[in-house]
Structure formats: C-alpha cells, structure tokens
Design a binder for this molecule. Structure first.
Ligand code: ZN
Length: 257
C-alpha cells in the first residue's frame, strides 16, 4: 500500500476513534454505558442519523447546531476528533506500521480520555489508569532487565516527586493543590517512559502549566494556590517524551553544556 493511502486511512481511522473517545469522555464520569444508547443530542435527545454522526464533517454541515432543536453542539467534539487523528498520524510517522504503533495509539487514546475527563471533573479515574497499565508494561518487557530498572526508578521518582509537591502545596496554601490522581498518573508516566524520558516529560508538564498560568493570571481566570487539573500537562509531557524524548533531551543537553 502506498504511503499516501496509509496516511489517509490512518487519518480517517483516527477521526472515527476520536468520535468514540468523545462518547467515552462524556459518559465514563457519569458511569453510563459507552455502547448504548446510540449517540443523541444532549438537549433534545434527538438520535443522530448516520450522516449526522460523521466526524468533523457533520459538525461543519450542521454549522455546529443540532438538526432538531438547533441548540449548539460543543466545539470540543470536532477538536477531540481532529486531535486523535493528528496523534495517530504522528505515532505512525514515528513508529511506522508496527506493534509499537498499535500499542501507543491505544495508550494515546487513554491519555486523551484522561486529559479531557480531568479538565471536566478534576479527577483521574483509577479504572483508566489500570487500562493504561496493561500496555504500560510493554516497553518494559520489550527493553529487558535494564529497562525494568529504568521504569521502576522512573515510577518511584515521579511518584515520590509529585507526592512531595502535593505535601509542599498543602503546607504552603493550607489546602489540596494536587490530587492523588495526578501522583498516580505521574508514577505511571515514569513507568512508561523510564526515568530519563520521564524527567523530560515532567519538565514539559511544569513548564507548560507555568506558561498557561502566567497567561491566565492577569485576566483573573486563575488564582495563586488554586487547584488546577494537572493531567493535561502530564499528558502533553508524556506525548512529547514518547515521540521525541531523546531529541528533546539531546537538544537540552547541547544547550546547557
Ligand atoms: Zn437537539
């Protein structure tokens, strides 16, 4: 199959999976089934017909409104669909059509679900972390005994590091500024990436969170000591660490030394 064909196939597949991830993001926190009932409008319960359920395209055709009650459809649906397609494509460019590709798109899907549920509910659900763990051990097994140590040190250092940050935040602001979910998620990322890449990932997470904080602060959208969902930043760090961690680390070391 020509590369162009594969690329198109992966984009379409990514959009379709993204559409399913939207359902998961919306229904899992409510403990609803992700299979039944079929997709419907959240305002009027109008059941989506096939042509109203095409990723991104239906949103554009419907001009972002339900065909029945004309209420707005969240802009986030096409965003998640496009994001998933882009993530699938980047993973393909990085790993080719390999087992790695399949393992990591599964993982990235979970990262997308965790990220958006964390934004909505400020919670990182244990069930999703367990689903992560199923493939989190894959790179460990693949890399042999050396990799097991790297991963265990990664999990321990990130888990303990984030626990310390939580305690420090509690001492400083006298309230919870980082949830246990973030600590478990960080430990998982340490396990997945090994300690070197995990350090890159957590540096990216803290830098991106700080940048967003400094942008939002003057607008009064956020206050010092306010608890923010940290999952999205950890996901960003994990993604960049997974795809380009070695390059980022080399670039940083060249910059410093
Ligand atoms: Zn409707």
């Amino acid at each position: 199959m020509a590369t162009e064909m594969i690329t198109v196939f992966i984009v379409v597949f990514g959009l379709m999976v993204g559409s399913f991830l939207n359902v998961c993001i919306y229904r899992i926190p409510k403990k609803e089934s992700i299979v039944f009932p079929r997709s419907h409008c959240l305002h009027c319960n109008h059941q989506l017909r096939a042509w109203e359920n095409i990723p991104v395209i239906s949103f554009l055709m419907l001009k972002g409104r339900c065909s029945s009650c004309k209420n707005k459809i969240s802009f986030r649906y096409p965003v998640v669909e496009l994001l998933t397609a882009v993530l699938f494509l980047l993973t393909y460019f990085r790993f080719g059509l390999t087992i790695d590709f399949l393992v990591y798109i599964y993982l990235l899907c979970l990262l997308v679900i965790i990220t958006f549920i964390d934004i909505d509910t400020m919670e990182i659900l244990n069930g999703l972390l367990i689903l992560c763990l199923i493939v989190g051990v894959y790179p460990v097994l693949e890399g042999g005994i050396n990799s097991i140590y790297q991963s265990l040190i990664g999990a321990l250092s990130l888990g303990l590091g984030f626990l310390l940050i939580r305690m420090f935040g509690q001492f400083l602001f006298k309230k919870e500024s980082m949830g246990f979910g973030d600590i478990k998620y960080a430990a998982f990322i340490g396990l997945l990436l090994g300690w070197k890449m995990a350090l890159v990932a957590s540096a990216i997470a803290f830098i991106s969170a700080s940048v967003l904080f400094l942008i939002l602060l003057p607008f009064g959208k956020i206050a010092i000591g306010q608890r923010i969902p940290f999952g999205p930043f950890l996901s960003l760090g994990a993604l960049l660490g997974l795809l380009w961690g070695t390059h980022i680390l080399e670039w940083y070391l060249n910059l410093v030394f």
